[in-house]
Design a protein around this ligand. Sequence first.
Ligand code: WT7
Length: 638
Amino acid sequence: MSFQIKTFEEYQDAYKRSVENPEEFWGDVASNFFWKRKWTNVLNWNFTEPDIKWFEGGKLNITENCLDRHIYKNGDTPAIIWEPNDPSESHRILTYKQLLTKVEQFANVLKNNNIKKGDRVCIYLPMVPELVIAVLACARIGAIHSVVFGGFSAQSIADRINDAECKLVITADGGFRGNKVLELKTIVDDALMQCKSVDKVIVLTRSRTPISMLKGRDVWWEDEIKKVETQGNPACPAEEMDAEDTLFILYTSGSTGKPKGVVHTTAGYMVYTGYTFANTFQYQPGEVYFCTADIGWITGHSYIVYGPLSQGATSLMFEGIPTFPDAGRYWDIIDKYKVNILYTAPTAIRSLMAFGDEYVDSKDLSSLRVLGSVGEPINEEAWHWYKDKIGKGKCPIADTWWQTENGGHLITPIADVTPEVPGYALLPLPGVQPCLMDENGKEIEGNDVSGNLCIKFPWPGMLRTTWGDHERCKQTYFSTYANMYFTGDGCYRSPEGYYRITGRVDDVLNVSGHRIGTAEVENAINMHSDVVESAIVGYPHPVKGQGIYAYVIANHHIDADKTRQDILQTVTRLIGAIAKPDIIQFVSDLPKTRSGKIMRRILRKVAENDLGSLGDTSTLQDPTVVEKIIEGAEKLRK
Ligand code: WT7
């Protein structure tokens, strides 16, 4: 069996085999990686606990697969190409050889700062090569990384650090994003006032913003590297890890207030991200691959760092934003580095599309061979613009559906191998067994049907638990339907058997491809001293996919405009600017059932301005509430 599927027949064969004989199938895939000791058992699982073990008995280190094994033949191949925020600053290239040296160096820095296998390390860095180095250095010595996206607030960092009891934080003085400087170290300082577990902070110099450096706690990245150099730059042998040792924690929002720490383990995650990267995008040696995600999200973990590097690919990372210095920046980058594969998000496509074609037309995009999309359903208009304007009609589009919990792509077209249909994630990758379920827990068979999307059988990249709270993992993903992983997404299966994801069926929003829990935003708003109660719903937003609509009951004496600003500031403080509501409507009451449950369905319809289908409101405690809310919404729209 070949690692890379080349034709539709090969896809069908691989899929059949992966279902009929999953252990043999995944054992074959896994043999394409480097193991210190081979596994004794491919898979051991039950979905009731859940208890999932892949490649038990196997010993390995993921960094040997991402770095060391490429050195002999491809040591001078660029592993990372880094494009800075400001195009007038020089770009950087790290070959596999250079990246390995830097990872070993920084791994020794971590050791010098008392970090050992199993310790948790929080990483809060801008999109610079040192972020990749820090992540891989943790993996090198078996420390568990918890990367926090640079847009999260001090409070969010503190919550994540405390939940995982991180010992060390790696950050930078500041980071650049367009015209702005993010004050990363200052934000970390605020967070650490609440964190007892942290005794060291390593600070990278990036923006040279003035920051405080606390004696005994804060050290400079550059000084620590010098110490290693004076020690003679010793190698840092890769720690021997068990297949199921935790590789990292990544926090994500759910339908309750507190983000959960999704746990990914070493071998299964490595095999799955490597396999899906190579297959979905059909990566060919020598190609330049550009994923526009931030490493603070799962897409960056799996498809900037681990997946591409395990395959010896050249992964381009970009520090800035798509609209700086102008809306042609992505196209400039593609032109400059002759990018072959572009992996981006519908929200970015829609936003760039709105700036007009003149930003695209003058750029040479002829190097592009494959396009990818991720994060949310892609609307047809954006799909066609991507296909025709960016791909010039010749590049396949892989609309990859997956989740933080999945580790890698589950349902996606395979470039030039499977068909493509706009808006469809299409077909499951080998090893993935999707099914649609109805409200009563029954599987919906056949085609041209819709239901809740579940997965029947484990795949190597799936989450194993939620950090410190296994029960929560069980409740969230494995209890809605017996013996199945529940995705939280709704899905349609076409007459051809193709899958189209229709969006979340739970109280989770998807704003610009980022997952935001309604309860989390409500909790933040309710912290405002003048707020009595609030309810958050999503509504269709032309660029973000979904916008955040907040209905807020406030004290009577407020000045609406000022309080609105204060609420935005409160949310920014407690979660981060990414969770700020787009619309805040003050209401005197919320529509509730007689048992006191908020009828979100009605609030959603009002937010969407879809008043024709409000449904039955007679079961409400007070049906007149709805009229007042509709009136208020109309005023707001004017
Ligand atoms: C949710 C997962 C892992 C990717 C980044 C987002 C939605 C993701 C697609 C797609 C339709 C998509 C789903 C999913 N989603 N990709 N191609 N088509 N919907 O990761 O934050 O874990 O969110 O994003 O609703 O459940 P995430």
